[in-house]
Write a protein that binds this ligand. Structure first.
Ligand SMILES: Cc1cc2nc3c(=O)[nH]c(=O)nc-3n(C[C@H](O)[C@H](O)[C@H](O)COP(=O)(O)OP(=O)(O)OC[C@H]3O[C@@H](n4cnc5c(N)ncnc54)[C@H](O)[C@@H]3O)c2cc1C
Length: 445
C-alpha cells in the first residue's frame, strides 16, 4: 500500500468505496456519467475532506469533486482517479433567525434544503429541481423560480467554508479572503471544496406556479410579446418559455411557465394576465402551491441517453432576432429541446464586478438540449451547429451550468478575458498545481 493510502486510511473517517466493493457500481456513477475511479471517498466531516484532498494531492491522481452529481459534463466521476463525494455533508440549518442565515453542507441537494427551510417559511433562490446539488449549481450561478426577485443562488451566498488544495480550511466572505469569495461566486469548483455555504434565505409564502400553453402557430407572436412584457413585469414574476420539444414535434404548443413569488391572487393575476393575453390560451394550470412543490423531482433519465447542452445569453437589443430565429427553428423536425429563461431583474442589479458570474446584463438565456442515444445526437450535430451559427450574431457568453462540454471555447464564453485573468490570479494563490481541474478549468498559469 502506498504511504499516501496508508495516511488516508489513518486520517479519514468516512466511507471509502473501491472497485469490487458492494456499492462501487452506484458510487462510481453520476446522474449522467459513468466512470471507473480507483477510490470514491465519502467524507463525513470537514476533517475527512481535508484528509481526502491531501490524499488526492499526494497520490498524484485525477480528482473529481461531486456535490449532487447532476453536472452535464460528468465532472463528478473519472477513470482511475479519486472522487470526493460530498453527499454526507448535507445538513441544512437556520443559524440566525433574525437575518434568515442558513448554513448548508456542500453536498446537500435543493430538495433537502427546501425540506429544511419550508417549516421556517424560508426559501433560497435556486434552481427548478430537487435532486440538483447546492454545490455545483451555486458555484457557477443558480437560475431558478425566484431569480428575477432574489437573483442567482450565488447572489444570496453570505459566506463559505472552503478546503483549499493544501488541505487548509478557510472562510470566504466580503470580510475574509474577499478575492476567494469573489471567485467562488461564478468560478465553480476551481478553488477548493466548499464544505458549507451560508446563505441569506428569504421569507416565502406559497407561490402561483404553472404553465400557460399556446398553439404552435402563435409561436413567434407569443414569444416576442412575452419577452417585451418581461421588461416591465414585476420582479415577483419569473418565467421560462419551452419553445421546442422534439419528442412532440413541430406541432408542440409553446408553453410559458410562470412563477409568481407571492400568494396575493389579485397581484398574481395582474402580473400573469398580460401573458394570458398574448394569444389564444390552449391550457392554463397555474395554481397556488408551496414553493417546494414547484421543484421537480429530477428522476434519472433512461439508460443510454446522451445529453448535449448549449446555452447563451441575449441582451435587450438582440432579443427580437434571437426569438424570431427560434420560432423558425422550432418548426423543423430536427429541432433540439429549446428553452428560454428570463433572467434580468435582481440579477442585473448586482454590479458587474461583484462576483465572477458576469452575464448580468442579459435579459434572456437560451438553452438547447439534445437528448437521444449517442448516434442520434451525433447525427443531429450538423443541424444543431446550423442553429447556433444562426444564433451567433445575436447571443453572447454561455451559462456554465447548462453546457455539456468543457472546451477552451466554452471556458472563454463563460469567462471574458479580464474575469478569467482575475480568476487565474486567485487560482495561483489557492490551487497553484491545479488539483481542482475537473471543471470548466481556470489554469493557474
Ligand atoms: C435535471 C436538472 C435540472 C437542472 N436545473 C437547473 C436550474 O433550474 N437552474 C440552474 O441554474 N441549473 C440547473 N441545472 C444545472 C445544474 O446547476 C448543474 O448541472 C450543476 O453542476 C449541478 O450541480 P451538482 O452539485 O448536482 O453536480 P456535480 O456534478 O456534483 O458537480 C458539478 C461540479 O461542481 C463542483 N462542485 C459541486 N459541489 C461542490 C462543492 N461543494 N465544492 C466545490 N466544488 C463543487 C465540482 O467541480 C463538480 O465537479 C440542472 C441540471 C439537471 C441535471
Amino acid at each position: 500500500m502506498s504511504s499516501a493510502l496508508e495516511t488516508l486510511r489513518r486520517d479519514f473517517g468516512g466511507d471509502i468505496v473501491e472497485p469490487g466493493g458492494a456499492e462501487y457500481e452506484s458510487a462510481s456513477r453520476t446522474l449522467l456519467a459513468s466512470g471507473h475511479p480507483a477510490h470514491v471517498l465519502r467524507p463525513g466531516s470537514v476533517r475527512d475532506v481535508q484528509a481526502a484532498v491531501r490524499f488526492a494531492a499526494s497520490a498524484g491522481l485525477l480528482l473529481s469533486v461531486r456535490g449532487g452529481g447532476h453536472g452535464f459534463p460528468g465532472f463528478g466521476t473519472n477513470d482511475g482517479g479519486v472522487v470526493i463525494d460530498l453527499s454526507q455533508l448535507a445538513n441544512a440549518e437556520l443559524i440566525d433567525k433574525e437575518r434568515h442565515l442558513v448554513r448548508i453542507g456542500g453536498g446537500a441537494t435543493w430538495g433537502q434544503v427546501a425540506a429544511a427551510l419550508t417549516p421556517h417559511g424560508l426559501a433560497i433562490s435556486s434552481g427548478d429541481t430537487k435532486s440538483v446539488g447546492v454545490g455545483g449549481l451555486t458555484l457557477t450561478g443558480g437560475i431558478g423560480w425566484k431569480v428575477r426577485k432574489h437573483g442567482l443562488a450565488l447572489d444570496n451566498v453570505a459566506a463559505a467554508e472552503v478546503v483549499t488544495a493544501s488541505g487548509e480550511v478557510v472562510r470566504a466572505s466580503v470580510a475574509e479572503n474577499p478575492e476567494l469569495f469573489w471567485a467562488i461566486r461564478g468560478g465553480g469548483g476551481n478553488f477548493g471544496i466548499v464544505t458549507a455555504f451560508e446563505f441569506a434565505a428569504h421569507p416565502t409564502t406559497d407561490v402561483f406556479f404553472g404553465k400557460i400553453a399556446f398553439a404552435a402557430s402563435e409561436a413567434a407572436t407569443v414569444l416576442q410579446g412575452w419577452a417585451e412584457y418581461l421588461r416591465t413585469a414585476p420582479a415577483e414574476l419569473t418565467s421560462t418559455a419551452d419553445v421546442a420539444n422534439p419528442f412532440r414535434g413541430p406541432g408542440a404548443p409553446i408553453e410559458i411557465y410562470v412563477a409568481f413569488d407571492g400568494d396575493d391572487p389579485e397581484l398574481a393575476a395582474q402580473a400573469i394576465d398580460p401573458i394570458r393575453r398574448l394569444g389564444a390560451v390552449t391550457g392554463d394550470d397555474i395554481a397556488l402551491q408551496p414553493y417546494a412543490d414547484t421543484l421537480a423531482d429530477g428522476a434519472p433519465p433512461p439508460p443510454g441517453l446522451q445529453f448535449a447542452l448549449r446555452s447563451a445569453f441575449a441582451s435587450q437589443e438582440s432579443v427580437p432576432e434571437m426569438l424570431q430565429i427560434l420560432a423558425e427553428v422550432r418548426a423543423s423536425e430536427r429541432s433540439p429541446f429549446i428553452a428560454v429563461r428570463s433572467v434580468g431583474g435582481a440579477v442585473s442589479r448586482v454590479p458587474d464586478g461583484a462576483t465572477a458570474y458576469v452575464h448580468r446584463q442579459a435579459e434572456l438565456m437560451v438553452v438547447t438540449t439534445s437528448a437521444s442515444p449517442k448516434p442520434v445526437v451525433e447525427a443531429a450535430r450538423p443541424a444543431l451547429e446550423a442553429i447556433w451559427a444562426r444564433l451567433a450574431p445575436h447571443v453572447n457568453g454561455a451559462y456554465a451550468n447548462f453546457l455539456s462540454s468543457a472546451t477552451a471555447e466554452d471556458v472563454a464564453a463563460i469567462y471574458p478575458t479580464e474575469v478569467y485573468n482575475r480568476l487565474a490570479a486567485v487560482k495561483r494563490q489557492y490551487d497553484p498545481a491545479n488539483l481542482f481541474a475537473g471543471n470548466h478549468n481556470v489554469q493557474p498559469h
